[in-house]
Ligand binder design. Structure first.
Ligand code: BTN
Length: 245
């Protein structure tokens, strides 16, 4: 990961940039980093705001020989971030918020945006964009109170280069788990996911359900598995549901 690395002071979006690289030129493991994104994109068509030069906003290109279970790989990247933050801030309460956020004490420190490109029926590339708040100290009124950064939590700024290279090697490690030891990876993901083993509320296709559900974790397909009050098992893909927090 990162053997092909491109850095830009400014880009519209690192995800869009690697999407536009031609099929002949794109390689597995490419990393694209920008200090400033003019049109950084988030989940649900939202913008991703990040103070120029303070954080890490980058995209990874994967070209796995499989076409299934992409979402587990997104969670594997989120887990790499969780594990590293846990080491940097040993007493912080850092965890994954399904489907693709990393939270410290219920404030968002990182978001991931996964996009796929197909050529016919075969996967051409899987792009995982990561926005990690590293040294940003203040957030816009829209997200203030709901966002944090490593520096805010640590009380001091952090060197971004080291952080990026540490993260890339952890992501690479988890990528290998994703390919070869998926059950172990799922266990680690589930251990670090908010709500695991608890009764939660769900919004399914935009509708808040009256019942509560016990979260049993993520399955091999990256779906969230829950147990209903009626004792029935259900699984949902990340497109279908949102958690109430
Ligand atoms: C979210 O939480 O909604 C996902 C945010 C993803 C942001 C990253 S920053 C690098 C990459 N390029 C983008 O345009 N978005 C992702």
């Amino acid at each position: 990961l990162g053997h092909s690395f491109s850095y830009f002071e400014e880009l519209e979006s690192t995800n869009s940039h690697v999407k536009n690289i031609s099929a002949e030129e794109v390689t597995h493991g490419m990393v694209c980093l920008a200090d400033d994104q003019i049109k950084g994109r988030g989940q649900y068509e939202r913008n991703w705001e990040s103070e120029s030069g303070e954080n890490l906003t980058f995209s990874l290109v994967f070209r796995p020989q499989t076409t299934d279970r992409f979402h587990v790989l997104t969670l594997a990247c989120a887990l790499a971030i969780v594990d590293y933050i846990d080491e940097l801030l040993p007493n912080s309460n850092v965890c994954i918020k399904w489907p693709n956020d990393v939270m410290i004490d219920q404030k968002k420190v990182a978001g991931l945006l996964t996009e796929t490109m197909f050529s016919g029926n075969t996967l051409d590339r899987l792009i995982i964009g990561i926005g990690l708040n590293v040294n940003q100290k203040a957030f816009s009124s829209e997200v203030s109170g709901k966002a944090t950064s490593i520096a805010i939590e640590k009380g001091q700024t952090v060197e971004r280069e080291n952080l990026l290279s540490e993260l890339l090697s952890r992501i690479e490690y988890n990528y290998n788990l994703w390919q070869r030891r998926r059950q172990d990876l799922l266990k680690s993901i589930n251990r670090n996911i908010i709500g695991y083993g608890q009764w939660i509320e769900l919004i399914v296709n935009g509708q808040l359900l009256e019942d509560t559900f016990k979260m049993l974790g993520i399955n091999k397909a990256g779906q969230l598995v829950v147990l209903g009050e009626d004792g029935e098992l259900k699984s949902f893909s990340y497109e279908q549901i949102r958690l109430v927090t």
